[in-house]
Design a protein around this ligand. Sequence first.
Ligand code: ARG
Length: 669
Amino acid sequence: MNLLALVRERLAAALTPYATPEELPALLELVRPSQDASFGDYQANLAMPLGKKLGRPPRDIAAEIVAALKLDDIAHPPEVAGPGFINVRLRDDWLAGCLGRAVADARLGVAATTQPRTFVIDYSAPNVAKPMHVGHIRSTVIGDALYRTLKFLGHRTISDNHLGDWGTQFGMIIYGYKHFRDEAAYQKSPVDELARLYRLVNRLVDYHEGRERLPLLRKELAEREADLRAEQAAPKAADPQEEKKRVKALKRLEGVVADTRKDVDALAEKLAAVESDENLAHMAWQHPHIGQAALQETAKLHEGDAENLRLWHAFLPPCREAINVVYRRLGVTFDETLGESFYHDQLAGTVDDLIARGIARESDGALCVFFDTLPVTATGGKKIDAPMIVRKKDGAFLYATTDLATIEYRMKRWQPDAILYVVDHRQSLHFEQLFATARLLGFDKLELQHVSFGTVLGSDGRPYKTRSGDTVGLTGLLDEAVSRAREIVSANDESKPSGADLSPERRQQIAETVGIAALKYADLSQNRTSDYTFSYDKMLAMNGNTATYMQYAYARVRSIFRRGQVDVEALRASAPAVALDAPAEQALARQLLRFEEALASVLTDYRPHQLTTYLWDLANTYSTFFEQCPVLKAETPAVRDSRLLLCDLTARTIKQGLELLGIGVVEQM
Ligand code: ARG
């Protein structure tokens, strides 16, 4: 049951004399949960805008609305407060009835939507044959949480992993395989050897690019230094305003020079690192055109060259298996895994269609879609200056071309109402262009969303990297989280007053659940658009908004049933009356019944942290209840049973909520 939606629905009926159907949604937005319980459960401040519109005192309007409002079956008579707030306080007896029904319901009283929509969710999508890194966990867990939540609420939901299995990294690997492979290492572990080859070729390509860039960068530095010297030598301006401007410009220039110098030094250091390594230097010297050559290998693959296709077919299965190992540990599955390669044969047709319909045109030999002449409504209200290239001068198709073909395919196959792309915020221009083009293609009823997310930072505030500056591999990350969780689980077990009672295997199992959960929850509990700082200590903390805390809270609630030897199934079946006499019981009841509201808010803007915030509030509300209201030692059997039901529903709500985040619970910690 969505309490907020119910209150809004009732209010909507009372608003018909004052507002048109078009005005209604914005007014109903002004009905919100009260910040302060003394104002009741929900507060509506919609009489103020209505007063303005109708030129009447808001308090009068509020009083009329209240008189017309039919709420007596669920709430106390609403009050008008202050300048015209309408305060609604739900009735405890009605809430108790709702709780009784929720207990008896496997869905905990959460209704499936009456307006199911079809969603395709595009998430995870790593580039195969490159090691997965910390950034991939964000896309994977956010996408998975949205998938689970949409599905639970009754939408038709398709997860499609748009693997990068056709990109330029394959040219690099093929080149590396042909020239640098260690056959024994390849036989032993193809994935590790391919990853090594990828890193090696990447480094050599970078080296040669860097060598070309360094003199240009040095020249730029020299020019800026000259500019700076000229500015420094210029006389002070007489006018204080002008002088202020001059000093500011000088400061800016100093900053630019310092940054450029840093870039020069970093690049020089990178080149020196290759040159001082005899092996690398030799390879670099022997492969001066490696960048171009790797691109050619990709082009050959795309043109159907037999040898390169054979290699691609040989490389793909072990690479995909390596990724699947990570998915299995994360407990993530996909309905479809249609990688970029799947669309290869479609691209020429997609591009021909763009030309025929006058959507793309040639510019400098490349084929582009231009947006600058479109009305901004066609671009979703944004001004997009840069064109989107769909075919390069040399005839090659691009990431964007594939994404267009993918939309066409998904539309044909599933007729979705929405496609969600859970992808790094750095790709926002790509998606703005893609969505604008899709609208030009006529997909204008389709909801297209870039569910973007920020960067994972290290403790130094910069993108999370290993000490040596490499990106942090996902497998190592998972292992570390699990091994730290294992220490915590062991310490907890050993400090039990009755002595440790977990076998080593059981400890390891719990550690795997707890460690992976900590990692996922740390990510999901952040507002996805912000960057967040990665910290094992914080994510595994027993106190605070962490998975560890939530799992512990769950295990603690469940332990009551063990300690009291309560048969919870029988308790539910006997359907004892729920009584909400103590304030802490009343607060817990409300929080429990807000579960559906929380799930709805996850979907409003595709933000899973709305659910973690809800669960954290629930755990805290429960703590207060548990401190103030004895359960097993309650005054009467009736009170005891009522409180046990609240405990049962709390445990099940935590479990269900965590499950929607892709996080498991353990009965004992
Ligand atoms: N493979 C891409 C990357 O790693 C992400 C793909 C996202 N999905 C999409 N349809 N473009 O950057």
